[in-house]
Design a protein around this ligand. Structure first.
Ligand SMILES: [Zn+2]
Ligand SMILES: [Zn+2]
Length: 223
């Protein structure tokens, strides 16, 4: 059952009645003001859309090809994405985290188009990995699924070609909405974990967003 009749578009924040109908069947309201904004998140949302995937947020099973590739590359180090974890051991949550990061990168490889922000692509993954590293019990995290759906909009922006419309959306709605959700929902419910996630999110994204804000300012002043 869904509870709200209207809500804010995940991409632009516009109040709307339209929501992802497959996700309604999973018992979660994800609002999109237009087909364009629903399409915008689809490259990431498609893996987390509908019953069995959307609520609770569930990582998709690997395809046979992906599983084969994962097995062939088990000793490949994901490099900088593992920066917070040193020398994981077999009994360490770090190892599970490494495997998840690797599987995430298989699903969402950084696009080979320059420039960053694609370098920041594993933000979504980082937070999920961090949540694991912080030893949160995911079954009791009422906030984890709504947070990850918000993060999927950010990940879609990171993977999409540069566009003024979506740069505006991410600066004016998507990123501030994630921080607002952390401040208003996550931190009151789970102060310690919420603050850790907020700190990681802000520090992982601030540099990229400061650069984006400078670009937006210079392009609007040159028009
Ligand atoms: Zn919208
Ligand atoms: Zn959906």
């Amino acid at each position: 059952m869904t509870s709200e009749s209207t809500g804010k578009c995940l991409v632009c924040g516009t109040e709307t009645k339209n929501r992802c109908s497959a996700c309604v069947k999973a018992g979660i309201d994800l609002f999109f003001c237009s087909p364009e904004h629903q399409k915008f998140v689809w490259p990431v949302h498609r893996y987390f859309c509908g019953p069995g995937k959307a609520n609770p947020w569930t990582w998709p099973a690997l395809t046979p090809d992906e599983a084969r590739e994962a097995l062939e590359k088990l000793d490949v180090k994901p490099g900088l994405y593992l920066a917070p974890i040193s020398e994981p051991t077999i009994n360490d949550s770090g190892l599970a985290c490494l495997v998840r990061i690797y599987l995430y990168l298989l699903r969402f490889p950084p696009p080979n188009v320059p420039p960053p922000p694609s370098a920041e692509i594993p933000v979504l993954y980082h937070l999920s990995g961090d949540a694991y590293t912080f030893k949160l019990d995911i079954r009791t995290e009422g906030w984890r699924t709504p947070l990850l759906h918000r993060l999927s909009a950010l990940a879609s922006w990171q993977r999409s070609p540069t566009s003024r419309e979506y740069d505006d959306a991410v600066c004016e709605h998507i990123r501030p909405d994630i921080i607002r959700y952390l401040d208003e929902v996550v931190i009151p419910a789970d102060p310690e974990a919420g603050r850790k996630v907020r700190q990681a999110f802000v520090s992982l994204t601030s540099q990229c967003f400061e650069a984006l804000e400078r670009r937006r300012r210079s392009s609007s002043s040159s028009q």
